[in-house]
Design a protein around this ligand. Structure first.
Ligand SMILES: [Cu+2]
Length: 252
């Protein structure tokens, strides 16, 4: 069980050489963008910290008899600290465009060019993730749908599209390993997509404070090969058919 909890196994630790949970996807993943921004902000953070400490030391009143001399206005400095951040922000704005389009705008298509339908719908609800697969007929909200709780399964090596919705308040559907994070807004139907290339189990977490039980709003995503996915699906479906348990009706 431990291998899917990101705080264990040192995948967040500096010592392992990774800043992010292990990478389970290929495209749509632009970790280098995170690193570019991390290095940029890191350099600025260390630089301003160093200047602050140098000034504290240099103008320490106890050891410095001379009064501090204030100067007003430096045209050159102001131009530099206006232009430099503007250039950096412009660079980031242009550099990230393709990553953003791939993650948020270019919805995956099928061989014939049609928009790929979602594999399933994930509904956020205080405090769980309800997952609904369309079943044989390929349509959601029909009697043959498969309902599971907090246990998302997806096949490996294909574009996975998921429809996300909220049943109550604002949640955020976060798959750290897939680098997917999307606010789940009540009344909105949204889609996220990713392309898992490695089998395994990782987290689903809620990344938006949504109530007292926010901390436990956690599920898992299992990436299976096609055969295993089919086996899991049939087993879950058979279990649903035989069990007395059903999800409570949605409140009006
Ligand atoms: Cu939540």
């Amino acid at each position: 069980m431990n291998d899917w909890w990101p705080m264990s196994g040192g995948s967040f630790a500096f010592s392992s050489g990774h800043w992010f949970p292990s990478l389970d996807v290929s495209d749509h993943v632009k970790d280098h963008l995170f690193y570019v921004i991390l290095y940029l902000t890191g350099v600025v953070f260390i630089g301003t910290g160093a200047v602050l400490f140098w000034i504290l030391w240099r103008y320490d009143g106890a050891t410095n008899a001379d009064p501090v001399v204030f100067s007003h206005g430096s045209h050159a400095l102001e131009v530099i600290w206006s232009i430099l951040p503007a250039v950096v922000l412009l660079f980031i704005a242009i550099y990230q465009m393709d990553a953003w389009a791939g993650a948020r705008m270019r919805r995956p298509t099928m061989a014939d060019g049609a928009i790929k339908p979602p594999l399933c719908r994930v509904t956020g609800r205080q405090f769980e993730w309800r997952i609904q697969y369309p079943g044989e007929d390929g349509r959601l909200d029909t009697p043959d749908d498969l309902h599971v709780l907090n246990d998302l399964h997806v096949p490996v090596d294909e574009e996975i599209v998921i429809e996300i919705e909220s049943m109550d308040v604002l949640h955020s559907f976060f798959l750290p390993n897939m680098r997917v994070k999307q606010d789940v807004v009540p009344g909105m139907r949204q889609y996220v997509w990713f392309h898992p290339v490695k089998e395994g189990v990782s987290d689903i977490v809620c990344a938006e404070l949504c109530g007292w039980g926010h901390y436990k709003m956690r599920g898992r995503i299992t990436v299976d090969n096609a055969a295993e996915f089919d086996r899991w699906y049939s087993a879950a479906y058979a279990e649903q058919e035989t069990s007395q348990f059903s999800l409570p009706e949605e409140e009006e």
